[in-house]
Design a protein around this ligand. Structure first.
Ligand SMILES: [Mg+2]
Length: 478
């Protein structure tokens, strides 16, 4: 058996161990139960039985920070076709926060059009997704719904009556079928007619003793929800749930741009940021309700850049994206294996875009990161020595010049599998023009013998992600 074979066997067993530990942990956590007292205490109902709660708990303790962000024109800038601010945020999150923090998307979008957005934009995978204006809470990549939240919203809610009554207002134009949800009825309404129609509708529903909430957003959308729903109430529910389990985040930052985000800023103890491009309806709410509140700012930067500005403003942690650092490979203190991966792939992106110097020191740096006797299992299954990959990368300098070529990583996780040895797992995405490919990646990293503060990539194993566009005959180098 050759040296490489032995190393491969070791890697394979470490990967199995890692997979086992991950799945074991998830299974345990998915089976966690609570006795329903939380429901009685927080939302005033008793479920009267043990309720299985499904949670996203990658973390051993409370999140360092929980970012709760709206999507359209907050996390995602639809006026930025290159998605630069979003990619900057992604690099910041995966390098510094993913391993100890929670990312929550809170959107007015239904699951259908939320998934569409994820296909169109380089969005990270959130830990928790709150959709349909706070009427649906789901956990993890698989988006497991929170049934307790559904049951709670069922009280004092009669969808049929809402539909019947709203039909009496011809100004209300029903949104598409995908946007009509169990706890949300949605319409379009012209801005000029909005206040009059909403006032009349509100009186009409009040007379019928329906406990509903009417939210007007983006100068066009009307959502009618149970009074207990909404982005703010959903976040309060989530925070209470985490608190009950001793997992209340150390800090929570809420981020928004439009009317349906206003509730987020009213949640006790949270920090808040209105991105610079916030709509008049939210800016007006801010002027009337929160201007004197030092925990809420109106950023001067747009969208995801405004979120990073707020992280710095409230001193919640690092807020300089690795994408804003020019000398990625030199004199950088290594903070975690995740940080190493983000920095490497940014360097690789810049190398292929021809944006760094094609110099001997840069090439030497590449050679020092990837272990020459290690190996790389290509997503096609082909196994080759790492030094061949390095030689190929060196030759690729500038081959993506002038092309919209970007790389980002998602779902970063790592574990120390033995002294000075780490197993790192993440999804790597590569956009080249209109082609997007993704692969699940596992890397075994070791501390360097001569420089224990530095990590070297000993083995790299990739497999195409389902539906990610990856094909074995396409160029894909690492
Ligand atoms: Mg928005």
């Amino acid at each position: 058996m050759s040296f490489i074979d032995i190393l491969q066997a070791v890697l394979s067993s470490l990967i199995s161990l890692f997979s086992f530990l991950s799945s074991h942990k998830v299974e345990n956590l998915l089976m966690l139960t609570c006795d329903g007292s939380y429901e009685s205490k927080v939302v005033g109902i008793s479920v009267g039985r043990k309720e299985k709660i499904q949670r996203m708990d990658r973390l051993d303790g409370p999140a360092n920070i929980m970012i709760v962000s709206d999507l359209d024109f907050t996390m995602v800038d639809h006026d930025d076709p290159e998605n630069l601010a979003l990619l900057r945020f992604n690099a910041l999150w995966e390098a510094y926060y993913r391993h100890n923090s929670l990312l929550v998307f809170s959107t007015g979008r239904s699951p259908t059009i939320y998934r569409e957005l994820r296909k169109q934009k380089p969005l990270l995978t959130p830990d928790i997704t709150i959709m349909s204006v706070g009427t649906e809470i789901t956990y993890g990549e698989s988006m497991e719904p929170d049934d307790g939240w559904k049951q709670y919203l069922d009280r004092k809610w009669n969808r049929e009556i809402v539909v019947e009554e709203t039909a009496k207002f011809p100004e209300l134009v029903l949104q598409s079928e995908t946007e009509q949800r169990p706890h949300k009825v949605s319409f379009y309404l012209e801005k000029e007619k909005a206040s009059k129609v909403i006032e009349a509708l509100s009186k009409c529903l009040e007379k019928l003793e329906l406990d509903v909430k009417i939210i007007y957003s983006n100068g066009i959308a009307v959502d009618i929800l149970p009074q207990a729903a909404g982005k703010g109430r959903a976040l309060e529910f989530l925070l209470e749930k985490l608190k009950t389990d001793g997992l209340k985040p150390l800090n929570t930052l809420v981020c928004g741009d439009s009317g349906n985000d206003a509730e987020l800023f009213g949640v006790p103890e949270v920090y808040g940021v209105l991105v610079s491009n916030a709509l008049e309806e939210l800016v007006q709410w801010y002027a009337e309700n929160a201007r004197g509140n030092p925990q809420i700012i109106h950023a001067t930067d747009r969208c995801a850049a405004g979120i990073m500005q707020a992280i710095g403003n409230f001193s919640l942690g690092p807020n300089v994206s690795p994408r804003d650092i020019s000398d990625l490979m030199f004199k950088r203190k290594i903070l975690s294996p995740g940080h190493v991966v983000v920095m490497f792939y940014l360097f690789y992106e810049r190398w292929r875009r021809g944006e760094v110097e094609n110099s001997e020191p840069n090439i030497q740096n590449l050679r020092s990161i990837l272990h020459p006797t290690g190996n790389f299992v290509h997503p096609s299954g082909v196994d080759r020595p790492m030094h061949q990959s390095i030689d190929t990368i060196v030759q690729l300098f500038g081959d993506k010049r002038g092309i919209d070529y970007r790389i980002w990583v998602d779902r970063m996780s790592f574990a120390e599998v033995s002294l000075s040895s780490w197993l790192v797992k993440f999804d790597k995405w590569e956009l080249s023009g209109n082609e997007l490919q993704g692969c699940s990646t596992k890397v075994l990293m070791n501390s360097k013998v001569d420089a224990p503060d530095e990590l070297t990539w000993v083995h790299l194993h990739q497999t195409w992600l389902n539906g990610s566009g990856g094909k074995d005959d396409m160029p894909w180098f690492i």
